[in-house]
Design a protein around this ligand. Sequence first.
Ligand code: RAM
Length: 972
Amino acid sequence: MSGSPAADVPASRPAEGAAAGRRPEGRPLRPYGLRCEHRTAPLGIDEPAPRLSWRLASDRRGDDPVAYRVRVAERPEDLDGCRQLLWDTGRVADSRATAAVYAGPALRGRTRYHWRVSVWPAGTAAPAEATSWFETAFTGPAAWQASWITHDPRPVEVMDAPTEGESALDHHGLAPCPVLRRAFTASPGARARLHVSARGLYEVRLNGVRIGDAELAPGWTDYHRRVQYQTYDVGDLLREGENVLAATVADGWWSGFVGFEPRRAGAHYGSFPQFLAELHLTYPDGRSAAIVTDGAWRTSTGVIRHADLLMGECHDLRHACDGWELPGFDDGGWSPALVTDTDRRRLVASVDEPVRATAELRPSSIRRVSPDTHVVDFGQNLAGRVRLRIGELAAGARVVIRHAEVLDASHRLYTANLRTAAATDVLIGDGRRHFVFEPRFTYHGFRYAEISGLPELSESDVVAVVLHSDTPWAGEFDCSDAGLRRLHDCVVWGQRSNFVSVPTDCPQRDERLGWLADAQVFLPTAALNADVAAFFTKWLRDIDDARSPDGGFSNVAPRLVGVCDEGAPGWGDAGVIIPWHLYRTYDDPRFLGRALEGMRAWVDLIRRHNPDLVWRRRVGPHFSDWLAPGTPTPRDVVATACFAHSARLTAKAADVLGHTDVGDHYHRLADGIRRAFTECFVTVERAAAGPDAVRITGDTQTGYLLALAHELLPDDLVEGAAHRLAELVESAGPALVTGFLGVALAAPVLDAHGRADLAHALLNRDEVPSWRFPLRHGATTIWERWDGWTPEAGFRAPAMNSFNHYALGSIGEWLYRGVAGLDQAPDSTGYRHLRIRPRPGALRRASARHESVRGTVEVSWERRGGRLALCVRVPPGATADVYVPTTDPRSVRESGAVPGVGDRHITLLATASDHVLHRVSSGTYRFTATCPPAVGGAGTTPAARPSLTPGRHMPGPAAKPSSARSHEEDTP
Ligand code: RAM
């Protein structure tokens, strides 16, 4: 998410955005954004049949592809001919394709392959082409030679008595990080690939230069099942004569603290970190060499006295061993590496982009709180760490950095909500001057850092380094309401902070687990903000690894022993929901192909335990509608709705994959659950006039949301249920009194049933519970609870009160789909058929852009002078249904003309009282129409609000002055 790589944007964007629709001179159809396995030119894949995909751009209307061709060769020049091709699809007549899955001869290991896609437009024009490459790594465990090695943890470390202010507890029983080195002879000019992994975390250098920019590598998996490795091109770092490979390893998820279970606080997978690497050199003359981890490596410990994801990191410079990473260092005093084993069966190439440092934030303020202590405010809650420039630090002097998301009433760090996560980094000096301190194997969730031990601290001395899985940005949202813009920012920062190798619930406390429900409710938002295909490809494997022997999905993945294994309704169901959503978003049926067996096992398991099709047994820890502030929804209602949804999606997945019998089976099951739901939980009183009084047991918002979202009601009860839902939302405020599961459904369901006005009312609300309430009190990320802090009650109980939890940020989806109107039709996959349906509410303008698998989708609309202008960009190969909001159908124009007159790319489909619907082909369009009246909805707060009363927002001198209440930045 560090920004779009150049290859990821169409080579030229239409001038003036959507307004350029009819310019025939625009650039024609062309492919761009080539991906292999959803990644740009990946190094080191081990997928035997990689998927090669491309996006399309054109500045012309209806410039759709009619055919494609993909060629693969070992040498780029061979792509031009026919002879040396490894694989050639030939010309395939297909206007929909966005990818081809390699089906040529078996790929060799550790080989670069070049590929080219050609795309034909209609007519006689020559195809447009683009070229990329991918590189394989190992083709199986047998190809490895390396052993797992470490610094022998058995020798007793020299133990100094604790000095004043330092207790043995400071270390939490953590050990110094092993450092490992291997000198070897080589020459420049070789093709050099380094394959690296760790049980724990690694950082590796060649001749002192850090290799790659991956942080927290190799990433978190259930290491008992899969250990990822990464591949790097290190050819440029080789030198003549002696070379040195050097690595530091740390506990990380492997042997450090993870989660909250006091009986299994640390060492979940192993008790000390280990390292594995192979460096393969191939010289132009054919000679080759391999340097692999084995007993010939030399090991010791160095400056990092401990490093832990939750506890923090300690560097003691008195243990520095200068030059150990460089040739020429005498490692005679070091120990030979301990070879722990040669088990390479679990090694797999990583399939996602690594965690990277993607941004640096300067302090927004620094406050001295005692002679040598400062509190730094970075102005943004984030996941990452502090980098500090130090002028001088006496031998034995300590600098301590503590982290917190928020401040307490006395304006000092509030850390109670971190629970047992010490989140403290320590630097102990050795008298050296002018150096930089940055921890390497930890990260914290924080906005504030308290730095003690330095009498002076200036703004140029300190930055917050932002870390997260580097999923490419794919979305933008903007609108005229500053509060909604900030809400979107909070959602995005929640995503940045919590996509760290796995999608975590929160980045700060002793938890940071891959909770399945949090991820499933947030995925639709996440997949609009960023390209998360590769990230979730990896995590779906974690989900699969975490399945129980009886077929059940878990609640967290990677699985942690002792953390409520049995999947709960809505949590376990993520194993079904996530692959389905990824398939729809990325047009890649392999998401379903890999998941179908697990989906079926999950649904079968629930059915086995609940033959009457009402899900009451085998419900795991039944979290229900987690953290709902209102009356709880009966657990059977939540569970049975989830069961029906999973059964239906399993059926649809089987249909997509062509397994019709299987599909029929699960459709019948889903129908049965649907009937059971109605029989068990739904009552109806027929009304003589108006909608029938439909009641779902419990009569809660979430009950109706689930029933409507998952289409569980007979057609004749839908209107009554939607009516009751609206009543409940209205009578609550209007407000939502739902938890994680209900929140995600609220705006889309209200909108789908004609109450977009209520969805807007929810967005406009600024009292608890609402999204604007935290914004009003200085939030820069989404809170775990609607009322994590209130002026009346202060902080909620620290046992569970994160200020950076993305789950309630699931509203982000509706900002794109509803407010801006950028969506795909319900039965579309891969943005093949768009639905552009803005819900302007009382806003003056909104816009969204999404880089889809097919190409760029853009929507922007603006009201001005009694007219609404709606600009739409539809990628080649796609069509769009465009709903132009107007009460005067005759006022609609497109690029100044009556739509469709003389333009076969626009067809009028329908005219209704509040919109006109056209179907358009690919290209850019500019509609205008008489502006509909603003429909803010019941309870909509007025546009201009009084400014904040000082002292009425969360403690902290630098809480951002909130604009959450100023609904419109400017009025027309
Ligand atoms: C909490 C987590 C997570 C939620 C589970 C049920 O501890 O923060 O968000 O899914 O519990």
